[in-house]
Design a binder for this molecule. Structure first.
Ligand SMILES: *Cc1c(COP(=O)(O)O)cnc(C)c1O
Length: 485
């Protein structure tokens, strides 16, 4: 498989180079130059999650002639190791939610709703599904190349802890994550600070998430420093993350539509990274009916899919903070495809967006997008009401991100695009309720318990470094954090 940049002006690369590069040289995002076909679904039935994952992903990895390219046996081994860190052998299990359209929303005569639990990994959010694998792939390729990198990132909570757990104890990776001191939840902070790995560093910085992000950008912009410590990132634009997410669209389809019929998916999204993987699964031949973008009040995506205009507005804080974003970077991959894989046209579009903070696509492009995607948004009060009704009708606690998706599913099942009772609907559960205990407790009066593997999180010793919000301080901290050879 070869990969091309969405902006059309970067070298064509194989998988291992795309993995390490993240962003393409021309500022674009890498995409495979064609979509491989899924193996026949009947061949996948009965296989374990890692077995399905290795089979579905291998065509994206294969045909790489760069140094350190992965062979199939190593790839399979890394896939198995990555998913052995999950607390269930199903890895991403599906649980029934009842049917849409009844009183309280979950006992009516609409389609069956299902919850796809993506939070059974080490840090309780869906990012573990991709990052547990990506950390291992990184390490393998670097070690085969005799290379080593320092991953530097900023986090408001979720991504940083998932990345730290993915890179912990990898031989060829160090990881330094800056977080805003006092502004993450206790669970999020402890997931970073209680990690017992010498190569993983959680750094508290006075200020906001944006201050942390600015420091990281400044460190990457300091070319001498970047080269000296071999800075790298594992952010959401990395193709390998999208690839790893394709798998659960397939495994959940096998589980809710064993006859191979179509399924719809509702995805609480911010960066468009998760739902893009659903679209990729469809391009690979998975029978997908509707793909639904679910937003909180930060609804740039919902506005885009309803009007064809993408316009930046101020970010407002919500109870689903991992979707509080302004720009959905992964949307670029979808736009490239619907613009006929014209890198120059896409580069123009993105330049206009950067310059004006707003851009519109032609009406035919909007129609093409609307042929596959629907969208909806939910405010915090309605999300809290969803947490309550789901608990009343099923006994399950859901987190506020997941609740946004379920609420949007309910709304679209009521005479809308999800109302066909013969098409099951899978709602992606992107976080464990215990990751956002305050919002869940405010909604239902019950504080969700941490799962057994994290039961002692509040007793574990914390290890945290402190650093001024200043580039020199960050750079010297990174230098000190690195092992001496
Ligand atoms: C990151 C995250 C999201 C948003 O995912 P995208 O890929 O950015 O769309 C949703 N929910 C949770 C809990 C997350 O951590």
């Amino acid at each position: 498989m070869r990969y091309v940049s969405t902006r059309g002006a970067a070298p064509v690369l194989g998988f291992s180079d795309v993995l390490l590069a993240g962003l393409a040289d021309d500022g674009g995002l890498y995409l495979p130059e064609r979509w491989p076909e899924l193996p026949p679904l009947e061949e996948l039935r009965g296989l374990s999650y890692p077995e399905v994952a290795a089979r579905v992903m291998w065509p994206f990895v294969d045909g790489d002639d760069a140094p350190g390219a992965l062979d199939r046996d190593s790839f399979e081994r890394l896939v198995h190791e990555a998913y052995a860190t999950f607390d269930t052998p199903d890895v991403c299990p599906v649980v029934p939610l009842g049917s849409a359209g009844g009183p309280g929303g979950v006992e009516g005569d609409g389609p069956e709703l299902h919850l796809l639990e993506l939070f059974r990994g080490p840090t309780l959010a869906f990012k573990d599904v991709a990052l547990q694998l990506v950390g291992r792939l990184f390490d393998h390729v670097l070690s085969a190349r005799g290379d080593r990198v320092c991953v530097l990132g900023a986090t408001s909570g979720d991504t940083g802890s998932a990345a730290m757990h993915a890179c912990a104890d990898r031989a060829c990776v160090d990881i330094v994550i800056l977080f805003p001191d006092g502004r993450t939840s206790d669970v999020q902070r402890r997931q970073m600070t209680t990690l017992d790995a010498a190569n993983a560093h959680a750094v508290a910085v006075p200020g906001t998430f944006d201050d942390c992000q600015d420091l990281v950008k400044a460190a990457f912009a300091d070319v001498a420093f970047r080269d000296e410590v071999r800075l790298s990132a594992v952010n959401s634009i990395n193709w390998a993350r999208v690839m790893a997410q394709v798998v659960y669209y397939l495994t959940s389809s096998l589980s809710v539509a064993p006859d191979g019929g179509p399924v719809s998916f509702v995805v609480p999204t911010g960066n468009f990274g998760n739902i893009l993987a659903g679209w990729v699964a469809k391009q690979m031949g998975l029978p997908v009916d509707r793909l639904v973008v679910a937003s909180n009040r930060n609804d740039i995506l919902t506005r885009f899919f309803s009007t064809g205009t993408m316009a930046i507005t101020e970010v407002v804080p919500t109870t689903s903070p991992s979707m509080d974003i302004q720009v959905s970077s992964n949307l670029e991959r979808l736009l490239f495809e619907v613009l006929g894989c014209d890198g120059a046209a896409l580069a123009d579009l993105m330049a206009a967006f950067r310059a004006d903070g707003t851009v519109s696509v032609p009406v035919e492009v909007l129609q093409q997008l609307q042929a596959e995607f629907d969208c909806g948004r939910l405010d915090d009060e309605s999300a809290a009401a969803v947490i309550r009704t789901v608990q009343q009708h099923t006994g399950l606690l859901v987190d506020p991100h997941t609740a946004v998706g379920i609420g949007v599913a309910e709304a679209l099942a009521d005479g809308g695009p999800l109302s066909d009772p013969s098409v099951p609907v899978v709602c992606l559960a992107t976080a464990h309720p215990a990751k956002f205990p305050d919002a869940v407790e405010a909604a239902v009066g019950v504080r969700p318990a941490l799962p057994a593997h994290l039961g002692d999180l509040f007793e574990r010793p914390e290890r945290v470094e402190h650093c001024d919000a200043d580039l020199d301080a960050v750079e010297s901290l990174v230098r000190r954090a690195l092992p001496t050879y």
